[in-house]
Design a protein around this ligand. Sequence first.
Ligand code: ADP
Length: 398
Amino acid sequence: MEKLLVINSGSSSLKFKLLVMPEEKEVADGLVDRIGIDGSKIKIKYGDGQKYEHAEEIKDHEVAVDRLTFLLKDLGIVKDLNEITGVGHRVVAGGEYFKHSVVVDDEVIKHIDEIADMAPLHNPANLMGIKAFKEILPDAFSVASFDTAFHQTIPAVNYLYSTPYEWYQDYSVRRYGAHGISHKYVSQLAAEKLGKPVEDLKLITCHLGAGSSVCAVKNGKSFDISMGFTPLTGVTMATRSGDVDAALLGYMMNKLNIDSMDDMLDILNHKSGLIGISGVSSDMRDLLEAESQGNKRAGLAIDMFVKNVVKYIGEYIAEMGGVDGIVFTAGIGENSIPVRKRIMERLEYLGLTFDDSKNSENYEGIISQPDSKVAVLRLSTNEELMIARDIMKLKGEA
Ligand code: ADP
């Protein structure tokens, strides 16, 4: 039995899960929020429904890791920190260096740092987490799992932009995608539920949350992904624009008297998408509620979101020459019955029929009718479990 800690560290937050392996049992999960900002807070759920919540000043990631490890002991979640034999870190951008999860060493740290400008909000935060845990748990086996790694199998015809080829050769400009840990996890789970080897299937996995992406998984490998060089593009997201014409940036910089590209990208990252269109909320639950009360822009934002997902599904069916199964996962994909229904209704032209009673609850598994030409699955993603499995695998190889 091993206790493994999986860390998802963002610029001002640090989420964690503690799992017992190989039993794959979650024993604690929690969050240190607003690191370096007023109103920092630690929340931990553990045991059988116990909760710890405390507001205190947490000035940086090192303090966050210090407090977290102290609390794991203090709350009796572990008796001794040495029980934690492995720490897995979710890293957003792995560039072309990382095609799978790796054991963290100085070289790995150097490469994650080198490509920080591909994910300036995320990679530096991921590195802070890695370094802080190396200090506090120096003996734990440390692994980095990359959101881009699964997409390293995408062929050049799908990952290249139609820009000068030298941009790729000299500056590594290409589609890297994201959410790879989740797309890989749910595609493998979908194959299990369908009772076929993933190598024999053409799947489209829709990770629809605050950030959303649609992935074509052909024969178990990522074949195309709606996110691009960064996670800004693809479908409409909570606050991110998804695809826009690049020429729009210069045009709107003139109109709005904005002279910094960072300010422009800030609008596309934080003030666009569902919140930008609706003016109501970035949260799908609020939009559905507003739409039901007659708010037209909320309805339009939902329709655009649905259309974008349907558009990518259509694109990937064409690219793969068919599809066996479509998977819904993440915050919206797992929980929003009406959004799933609206997407599936738009796909009835494929001979897709769904089971309304299975879609009316959060049923884990196949929600299409047995005679549907395309299977549809609702599956809960579990990126932390995927990372914990990678730690076990790499430990076995070490
Ligand atoms: P993240 O990208 O931060 O991991 P999640 O996958 O947790 O995001 O998704 C969060 C989003 O899921 C929320 O912003 C909300 O729009 C949506 N969501 C969660 N529950 C529901 C629900 N019951 N109905 C509709 N949308 C939901």
